[in-house]
Ligand binder design. Structure first.
Ligand code: PLP
Length: 383
């Protein structure tokens, strides 16, 4: 069923207007009930989580949802279940310990060289698995103009920061003028070499990626767009147009998925998702283990599941299509990556390894083990 049947009376012009998509966002049980045949469990989910975390989506993203099947991956990212009212083991308000690393309201800095700039607390769709729901929840954390000015001043005073990740919320809910103001202010800081723009707009409101926006972003190069596709059901032609438009204009696009239990926790799905993204010239970057955000326990997998999925992908698909499995440690220690362990044993003279098809091989140590690079002294002299 296409959108015209599901949203009668909406013109094609309105549908392709990103502002109309934001204005017409669905947010209540009644809004979703007009589009989807909601189950009793989903209705109970609305009731039990009322006021806990925003529900909402653009008509575009909601139209990707299966109207009848409750296991639909888009539906499961949008509609709360009663389990969301329960905390899973270890759930907490600040799952990755960002608050102690928030020197000013709109900055999170956990690594000496990178900082997040929280540009807004709003999104075009509210993911049930949101890690920053304490901010996007809209509980008066408003990231106003003053907070942004304070953030830019802070970044200017911290010369160790080489890379700024403009995030939120979703910075692409902002108008071009406001976005340009923020990017220009950060770009004007000489020590900030790289910009990253973290946005789910290609997934949730692809019409946001207009030609003027793509040109605007290109002016701030090197700027990497990082988006968030979780399932091939989200790979609609409109999404492809948005991603390819960015790439065509010189804005590289990376993807970060979140590993979601019973939604994309399958090697078949992850292979299809990442292979197709690669065809769109979108590079798979991270597969995130679910953070311990309140009410998201039912969406998380055990840690070993992600490692097993990566092992199932290795050897079966292009290395370019395999993301890094990232775990953001509870408590604020930062992100680490997990990978299948192919080392079987180490012995004097070398290492026994397991291959992706299960065979074994011995890799001998070379005669010399010194790995220092003598030319470093020359190359780095005076740098
Ligand atoms: C994930 C994250 C980053 C970026 O980490 P990369 O591994 O460089 O992608 C930076 N700051 C914070 C606080 C983060 O959570």
């Amino acid at each position: 069923m296409d959108w015209q049947e599901r949203f009668p009376g909406v013109s094609a012009e309105e549908w392709r207007d990103w502002r109309w998509q934001q204005r017409a966002a669905l947010s209540s049980l009644d809004d979703f009930a007009r589009l989807l045949r909601l189950t009793g469990e989903e209705r109970e989910g609305f009731a039990r989580t009322a006021g806990a975390f925003r529900v909402g989506a653009t008509p575009y993203y909601a139209s990707l949802a299966d109207p009848v099947h409750p296991d639909c991956p888009v539906r499961r990212q949008l509609i709360p279940l009663p389990a969301e009212a329960e905390d899973g083991p270890g759930d907490r308000g600040d799952p990755t310990g960002e608050e102690p690393h928030r020197p000013v309201r709109a900055v999170v800095q956990k690594y000496p060289d990178r900082a997040l700039l929280l540009a807004t607390d709003r999104c075009a769709a509210y993911c049930r698995h949101c890690t920053r729901r304490r901010i996007t929840g809209g509980e008066g954390n408003g990231l106003d103009r003053e907070a942004l000015t304070e953030a830019v001043d802070w970044l200017r005073d911290h010369p160790g920061v080489r890379e700024v990740i403009v995030s939120g919320g979703d910075p692409l809910v902002l108008a071009d003028e406001r976005l340009e103001e923020i990017l220009a202010a950060v770009r004007a800081i000489p020590h900030v070499r790289i910009l990253r723009l973290a946005t789910r707009a290609p997934v949730t409101n692809p019409f946001r990626v207009t030609v003027p926006l793509a040109r605007l972003l290109r002016r701030f190069a090197p700027l990497y767009a990082v988006t968030h596709f979780n399932h091939p059901k989200e790979l609609a032609p409109e999404a492809r147009e948005a991603c390819e438009r960015l790439v065509d204009h010189g804005v590289p696009v990376e993807n970060q998925s979140v590993l979601l239990r019973r939604i994309n926790s399958s090697a078949r799905v992850l292979v299809e998702l990442n292979e197709r993204l690669l065809e769109w010239r979108v590079r798979p970057y991270y597969l995130h283990q679910g953070d311990l955000a309140r009410g998201t326990g039912h969406l998380r997998t055990p840690l070993r599941a992600g490692v097993e999925l990566l092992a199932a992908m290795r050897g079966r698909t292009s290395g370019l299509a395999i993301p890094n499995l990232a775990v953001d440690l509870p408590g604020g220690e930062g992100k680490v990556t997990l990978a299948p362990d192919y080392v079987e044993s180490r012995e004097a003279g070398g290492t026994w390894l397991r291959g992706p098809r299960g065979g074994r091989a011995f890799y001998p140590d070379p005669a010399e083990a010194d790995t220092g690079c003598p030319y470093d002294e020359v190359w780095f002299a005076g740098r």
